[in-house]
Ligand binder design. Structure first.
Ligand code: IFM
Length: 445
C-alpha cells in the first residue's frame, strides 16, 4: 500500500459549526419555535442539545480535547433583543461566557449573527410575516449587530453576518419548508436584497467598532451539472437553477448589483463588503428539464444513479463538488481568503461519515496546494442537533446525541477528525484505519 501524507499550512483553522436554535433549546421567542408548534416540522426542537442549560461547556471540552482550534456558533437575536426596545444583558453575558470559554480552551470563535431564526417581534409565522420583506430590517439588524459586537469584541474578531441568505429566502418563499412558508419568487428576491443590504450595513458597523475585525457571510453553494450536456433545455434549466440558487448574493458583493431570475437590483453599498468568503458545501446536483415541474421553474434536481447517499438521501457524497466550489470562489473573488464554514453529512451509524470527511478534506488539501487561500474548515457538526423542518431525523454530529437523556456518544469519525486536527494533516494510515474503502481513490498505487 502506498504511504503518503497530505499536510496543511501552519495556523489552518480546524473546527466544527453549530447554530443557536439547533443546539440551545427552549428558544421560545423566535419564529422557528412557533413554526414547530404549528406542526410544520417532523419534530420540535425542545431542549435541543441543552446549550442554554450549560451543556456547551462539555461540548466545547469535546471539541478542544479532539484537537480542534476553532468553533463557529451563532447568537440568538430573540434572546438578546426579546422586544424591539429591550436588550437582555443576561443573554449577552451568557454569550460572553461562551466566547471566553472557547478562548480558554484554545478555540478561535467565529460568531454568526443571523442563522435562520428571527425574534417574533420581527417575524411571526402566525401572521405569515417576516420582517426581512421590508427594508426597515436593515437598520434593525445593524442595531442588533452593534450591540453584540460591542459586547463580544474583547474575545471575537471573526464574524459571519448572515448564514445562507439564499436558503433563508428560497426555503421561506419558494418552498413551504421554512417560515413564513410562502411561494413567491419576487418576494424571495426582495428578502434576499434586504439581506444583502443588512449584510453591508453590518459589515461597516462591525469595522467601525472593531477595525481589525474580519467579516464575511456563509454562502450555501451548490454546484450543478446538466443531466444531458448535449440537450439545450437541460443546459438552460441548469443555468437558471444554478444562477437563482447560487449567484444572487455573491454577485451583489462582487459588483454591487444583485442579479436574479426576476431582474437585477442595484445595491452599490454592498460591493466589496467581505474580508473572507464563507462557503457551505454539502453536495452537488444534476439538473434536468421537467415540463411537469412548474414549481421549480421546470427544472428537476437530483443525484446521479448509484450515488453514495446519506441516510435519508439528502446528501450525495461528491467530494469533487467541494473542489469545484473552491475553484468558483477563487475565480469570483481572486485573493479573498476562504473559510469552509460548513461541510458534513447526516449518518446515524457513521458508515459514510469517515469516508465523506477524508474525501472532502483531501479536496481542501488539493485547493491549498494550488495556493488558493483556503484558511480553515468547519465540520457540520459537533454533536447531533435539530435539523429544521427535518427535526431529529438527520444526524450530522461527530458525537451522537440521545435527545431524551442528553447523553452523548462519540462516533468513530470524531476520532478520525481528531487525528486530522491534531496532526494538521490527512495520512494514508488514517484512511487505512477509518475508511479503507477509499484508500485506492485517495492514494492510488
Ligand atoms: O443544519 C443546517 C445548517 O443550519 C445550515 N446549513 C446546512 C445544515 C445541514 O442541513
Amino acid at each position: 500500500m502506498p504511504q503518503a501524507t497530505f499536510h496543511f499550512p501552519r495556523g489552518f483553522l480546524w473546527g466544527t459549526a453549530t447554530s443557536s436554535h439547533q443546539v440551545e433549546g427552549n428558544n421560545t421567542n423566535n419564529n422557528w419555535w412557533v413554526w414547530e408548534q404549528e406542526g410544520h416540522t417532523v419534530h420540535t426542537s425542545g431542549l435541543a442539545c441543552d446549550w442554554w442549560g450549560g451543556r456547551w461547556r462539555e461540548d466545547f471540552d469535546r471539541a478542544a480535547e479532539s484537537g480542534q482550534n476553532a468553533h463557529r456558533f451563532s447568537v440568538e437575536w430573540s434572546r438578546i433583543q426579546p422586544e424591539p426596545d429591550r436588550w437582555d444583558e443576561d443573554a449577552l453575558d451568557h454569550y460572553r461566557q461562551m466566547v471566553r470559554g472557547l478562548k480558554e480552551r484554545g478555540l478561535t470563535p467565529l460568531v454568526t449573527l443571523h442563522h435562520f431564526t428571527d425574534p417574533l417581534w420581527l417575524s411571526d409565522p402566525r401572521q405569515g410575516t417576516s420582517g426581512w420583506e421590508s427594508e426597515e430590517v436593515v437598520g434593525r439588524f445593524e442595531k442588533f449587530v452593534r450591540k453584540v459586537v460591542e459586547a463580544l469584541r474583547e474575545y471575537v474578531t471573526l464574524w459571519c453576518t448572515i448564514n445562507e441568505p439564499n436558503i433563508y429566502a428560497l426555503s421561506g418563499y419558494m418552498t413551504p419548508a421554512f417560515p413564513p412558508g410562502k411561494n413567491d419568487l419576487k418576494l424571495a428576491m426582495r428578502v434576499m436584497a434586504n439581506m444583502v443590504r443588512a449584510h453591508a450595513a453590518a459589515y461597516r458597523a462591525i469595522h467601525e467598532i472593531q477595525p481589525e475585525a474580519r467579516v464575511g457571510y456563509a454562502l450555501h453553494y451548490r454546484p450543478m451539472v446538466a443531466a444531458r450536456p448535449w440537450f439545450p433545455l437541460d443546459l438552460l434549466m441548469r443555468s437558471i437553477q444554478y444562477r437563482g440558487i447560487n449567484l444572487a448574493f455573491p454577485t451583489a458583493l462582487a459588483e454591487g448589483v444583485m442579479r436574479s431570475p426576476v431582474g437585477s437590483v442595484r445595491i452599490p453599498e454592498a460591493k466589496g463588503t467581505q474580508d473572507y468568503l464563507g462557503l457551505n458545501y454539502y453536495t452537488m446536483d444534476t439538473v434536468k428539464f421537467d415540463a411537469g415541474n412548474a414549481a421549480e421553474l421546470f427544472g428537476r434536481r437530483f443525484f446521479p444513479e448509484g450515488a453514495d447517499l446519506s441516510d435519508t438521501g439528502f446528501i450525495a457524497n461528491i467530494p469533487e463538488g467541494l473542489f469545484d466550489s473552491l475553484k468558483w470562489a477563487v475565480r469570483t473573488y481572486p485573493n479573498l481568503p476562504i473559510l469552509i464554514t460548513e461541510n458534513g453529512v447526516e449518518c446515524a451509524d457513521d458508515h459514510i461519515r469517515p469516508r465523506y470527511l477524508a474525501q472532502h478534506v483531501h479536496q481542501v488539501w488539493r485547493a491549498v496546494n494550488f495556493n488558493w487561500p483556503v484558511k480553515g474548515y468547519f465540520h457540520w457538526s459537533l454533536v447531533d442537533n435539530f435539523e429544521w423542518e427535518r427535526g431529529w431525523t438527520q444526524r450530522f454530529g461527530l458525537w451522537e446525541l440521545d435527545v431524551e437523556s442528553q447523553v452523548r456518544r462519540k462516533r468513530p469519525s470524531a476520532d478520525l477528525y481528531a487525528r486530522i486536527c491534531t496532526e494538521n494533516r490527512l495520512s494514508s494510515e488514517m484512511v487505512e484505519q477509518y475508511c479503507p474503502e477509499v484508500m485506492e481513490t485517495l492514494f492510488p498505487a
